[in-house]
Design a protein around this ligand. Structure first.
Ligand SMILES: [Zn+2]
Length: 226
């Protein structure tokens, strides 16, 4: 059975951290920074977090074992797929255990690394040792029982993708952020076409009103004691 758990991005704009589990395989779709929960406690540059632990203790990062650098337990996740380089989708990649591979487009990796270099040096901007695995549109990536098919979309940052996540229960279509009115709307149309052909059992898409995620299957509440 395939399950989807939203650890961020529901009832807020961005902060997406969507866990897909399938036959023991566990991947995240995006690992973004939640502006809403972070902004409730911090106001940079005067008030900034001091550690990963502080972010977890305040609930800004979900309390999950086997995921974060400071946590000494074994890695319990098989990969993190970043749809694009906006911070609300990628901003907490720095917190992840370095054994967990991070999949993203070539362009997104270039942007993330460049931003990391020019931001003030601290634990939130530190991408040293990240195990990047880059892809281009259409390249299917097998992670045990899950196969992820990235398809480019048009967005306000280059190198944006949606994902078709082929799992044992069927395909989940994750749109990432996209627009249909931009100069490369043909890329978004291609995603829609491929997603349609895959006959997905669930579609995850973000709205900015905010409307969170629409799911065609049941959304599990995060257990927080994983
Ligand atoms: Zn975006």
């Amino acid at each position: 059975m395939t399950s989807i758990t939203a650890y961020g991005g529901v009832g807020e704009i961005g902060g997406n951290k969507i866990l897909v589990e399938d036959k023991g395989t566990r991947i995240f779709l995006d690992f973004g920074m939640s502006f809403k929960s972070r902004g409730a406690y911090y106001s940079p540059p005067f008030l900034s977090p001091k550690s990963e632990q502080a972010l977890v203790e305040l609930g800004i990062l979900p309390r999950i074992n086997g995921l974060y650098r400071f946590d000494k337990t074994e890695p319990a996740f098989d990969g993190v797929f970043i749809s694009h380089a906006h911070i609300d989708h990628s901003g907490h990649v720095s917190m992840l255990k370095r054994e967990i591979p991070v999949f993203c487009g070539e362009t997104a990796k270039t942007i993330l690394q460049a931003v990391s270099e020019i931001r003030p040096s601290n634990f939130e901007s530190d991408l040293d040792g990240v195990q990047w695995k880059t892809f281009r549109t259409g390249k299917k990536i097998k992670v045990d029982s899950i196969e992820v098919e990235p398809v480019h979309v048009d967005h306000s940052v280059p190198g944006a993708y949606g994902f078709l996540v082929h799992a044992s229960s069927g395909t989940i279509a994750y749109t990432g952020d996209f627009r249909m009115h931009g100069p490369r709307k043909d890329m978004s149309e291609e995603f829609v076409e491929k997603a349609s052909k895959a006959e997905p059992i669930a579609i995850l898409s973000e709205g900015t009103k905010p409307i969170g995620f629409y799911l065609s299957s049941t959304l599990r509440k995060p257990p927080y004691d994983h």
